[in-house]
Design a protein around this ligand. Structure first.
Ligand SMILES: C[S@@+](CC[C@H](N)C(=O)[O-])C[C@H]1O[C@@H](n2cnc3c(N)ncnc32)[C@H](O)[C@@H]1O
Length: 403
């Protein structure tokens, strides 16, 4: 028996349905643990090599968790490794743990990825589990599923609708999809786990361009810049940092959480981006006492006065993914030149720019314009630890600008 059958859930509000499903899923988890106890008595085999498998399992789960909370493409998940793990005797355990690290994780309860994404993830998960259990008919996981199948009829049962074996799991999720679609919003939460523990959670839009700006999502260069910062905290420690074009704030939150700057100013020019950025700064506790002094400011590269720049007097300036529009490159370069001309108390200011080089001509133009105003650059090539999940197919270049 390889398929699970669920009763159809009807006439339940979308939020209520999700609540019911989550709670039922928890009960399901407990039930899954029951046959494992029996199993424990049945078999002691396979103890050797468990450590190797445990390490592999841990890696798979960590990867799933990171990808799920960053809402990365489902095709980037290590499905094959997961399916291989399902062939093992502790298959139900990994399935349970996977749910606990994703849909049932406390972060997901409070600040979840979009409903559409969670539905697509669960649908794919069920598909993979189904395929895997049909391939390994003697897996303990199938035993669990059969056991679960009996119980879930009772647990999920809508009294007005009797379940029959002709209603496959896919139908449940089709129904769920319809319900969840009705509560979909353009804002969702993405969480990025930090190596030292905890996560950066940001409210972002799903679409890469929305509200007339590219600033409502986190871009790859910001994730790269954050990874670089986590490996080079001394570049920010006790420093007055200004970030240009902060967008949703990922790089800045990472720096404030891990690199101990003295003061950190997030900035952008778009009113919608600034509103969301303020929310994200609050959401991540950066306004709490004890941390660096943090501000979120409107700062338009073409309109900011010299006086304001002198007031800010940053000794470190950072920006991620700001070199994408040839029309604003001259304005940006002119601001960078003005920033380097401001006298600072300690040492000459540092400017770090991380860019995903999508259009080599646009990027070459930026570098040429920097050269024309006397800005020299150094490409930072030291390896950066891979911490966050993102698409690494576009080349990302990080430079330090100086006079
Ligand atoms: C591609 S997004 C990058 C956002 C963020 N740094 C990241 O990498 O996730 C570019 C950001 O630059 C901001 N921006 C564009 N032109 C600007 C200008 N003239 N002044 C200030 N910010 C600007 C946009 O509003 C947007 O938030």
């Amino acid at each position: 028996m390889s398929k699970l059958y669920f009763p159809r859930c009807t006439r339940v509000g979308s939020t209520a349905l999700w609540d019911i499903l989550s709670r039922r899923a928890l009960v399901f988890l407990r039930i899954l643990q029951f046959p494992q106890k029996i199993r424990g008595k049945m078999s002691d085999r396979g103890k050797q090599g468990d450590n190797v498998h445990d390490a592999a399992k841990k890696n798979i789960l960590a990867e799933f968790q990171a990808l799920f909370f960053a809402m990365r493409s489902l095709s980037s998940y290590p499905w094959h490794s997961f399916e291989r793990a399902l062939q093992r005797a502790d298959s139900s355990q990994i399935f349970v743990e996977l749910l606990e690290r994703t849909c049932l994780h406390p972060v997901c309860q409070k600040k979840p990825p979009s409903a559409k994404y969670r539905r697509r993830f669960l649908t794919e998960l069920i598909k993979r589990v189904g395929a895997s259990s049909s391939r390994s008919a003697c897996s303990f996981f199938v035993v669990d599923l059969c056991f679960y199948q009996h119980v879930c009829f009772v647990l999920f049962l809508n009294p007005q609708h009797e379940a029959t074996a002709s209603e496959p799991l896919d139908e449940l999720y089709d129904a769920l999809a319809v319900v969840l679609a009705s509560e979909e919003q353009c804002v969702c939460y993405k969480s990025y786990f930090l190596p030292a523990g905890g996560a950066i959670t940001l409210a972002e839009n799903e679409a890469t361009i929305s509200e007339g700006t590219t600033g409502m999502v986190t871009w790859e260069a910001a994730l790269y810049l954050a990874e670089w910062a986590l490996g080079n905290p001394q570049a920010f420690q006790h420093r007055v940092v200004l970030e240009l074009g902060s967008g949703m704030g990922l790089a800045g939150v990472a720096v404030c959480r891990s690199c101990h700057p003295k003061r950190y100013t997030f900035s952008d020019c778009h009113p919608g981006v600034l509103r969301r950025l303020r929310d994200n700064v609050k959401l991540n506790g950066l306004e709490d006492p004890g941390g660096p002094r943090v501000a979120v400011e409107e700062l338009d590269w073409g309109a900011v006065a010299d006086e304001r720049l002198r007031d800010l007097r940053p000794d470190t300036v950072i920006a991620a993914d700001v070199v994408y529009d040839p029309d604003v490159i001259d304005t940006l370069v002119s601001l960078l030149r003005r920033l380097l001309a401001i006298p600072v108390l300690t040492r000459p200011s540092d400017i770090y720019i991380a860019s995903a080089v999508r259009n080599p001509d646009t990027y070459a133009y930026f570098r040429r314009q920097c050269g024309k105003v006397g800005l020299r650059h150094q490409v930072l090539t030291e390896p950066v630890a891979r911490i966050f999940p993102y698409n690494r197919t576009s080349a990302i270049e990080m430079i330090r600008l100086h006079l």
